[in-house]
Design a protein around this ligand. Structure first.
Ligand code: PGA
Length: 264
């Protein structure tokens, strides 16, 4: 599978900045093969960006939403549904730690959003967080990593998959996003490639219950301070299928360099 690289612009960019970014990324990507890139701008820029993306489409560039509501329509002021987005986006990020924290999203809502995304034919990218930074020795040598340390992420993983059929579970992309590694967090320092790979392997082992024998290749992305400097280290890890990139996805040159390093 070619690497999947997701740009999460969060609540950033004006319309003109978003257009410049999308055009620049599209232009640069024409020379980068064998990867799939997903731009997730703020909601109001999705439709204008769809015109950029669909004009001379590149087969490996598409759009994603940063969130959806779990219902199709109804009295939910300020919300946006998968039904409204499905003609524009292919992917949707669900359960990002910022939404779990600031919007107080519950496991039940996240489960319902995953179901709704699948019902509408979108690919959910479900974020699984890890609240505590492990000791530095573990980051360098993760063989000793204990399941107890991963208690919360494994619970989040279980909650996301527990009510899915095998066919549904196969379509859910997992993004391992340690909270302590996100660039805007207190530590804001990326995990090591070895550590992220070990966590991804443990996730894949847990997924055997839901997706069966194919779990060892189930896509797990890494997110948290991915930069041009560390992208290659992560991309060489067998259990890391790509990236969820925040801050660096707002800079054309950095983002393209991450994509290039992911495919090399
Ligand atoms: P970051 O954000 O790349 O800026 O650390 C990642 C994310 O929050 O998805």
């Amino acid at each position: 599978m070619s690497p999947l690289i997701v740009a999460n612009w969060k609540m950033n960019t004006t319309l003109s900045e978003a257009m410049i970014l999308a055009n620049g990324i599209k232009k640069g990507l024409a020379d980068i093969g064998e990867c799939e890139v997903v731009l997730c701008p703020p909601f109001p820029w999705l439709v204008p960006l769809a015109e950029v993306i669909h004009h001379h489409p590149l087969h490996h560039l598409s759009l994603g939403a940063q969130n959806i509501h779990y219902k199709e329509f109804g009295p939910y002021t300020g919300e946006v549904s998968a039904t409204m987005l499905k003609s524009v986006v292919k992917y949707v990020i669900i359960g990002h730690s910022e939404r779990r924290r600031f919007a107080r999203e519950t496991h039940e809502e996240i489960e319902a959003k995953i179901k709704q995304a699948l019902k509408q034919g979108l690919w959910p990218i479900v974020c699984i967080g890890e609240p505590r930074r492990p000791k530095s020795e573990l980051l360098e040598n993760p063989n000793e990593l204990s399941i107890a340390h991963l208690h919360q992420p494994l619970d989040e993983l279980h909650d996301a998959f527990r009510h899915l059929s095998k066919g549904e579970a196969e379509q859910v992309i997992v993004a391992y996003e340690p909270l302590w590694a996100i660039s805007t967090s207190k530590d804001g320092e990326a995990a090591t490639g070895l550590y992220a790979n070990r966590v991804a392997q443990i996730f894949q082992q847990r997924l055997v219950k839901y997706v069966g024998a194919s779990s060892s290749t189930h896509p797990v992305l890494y997110g948290g301070s991915v930069t041009p400097a560390n992208a290659r280290e992560f991309s060489h890890q067998p259990s890391i299928a790509g990236f969820l990139v925040g801050g660096a996805s707002l800079r054309i040159r950095d983002f393209l360099s991450i994509c290039r390093n992911a495919v090399s």
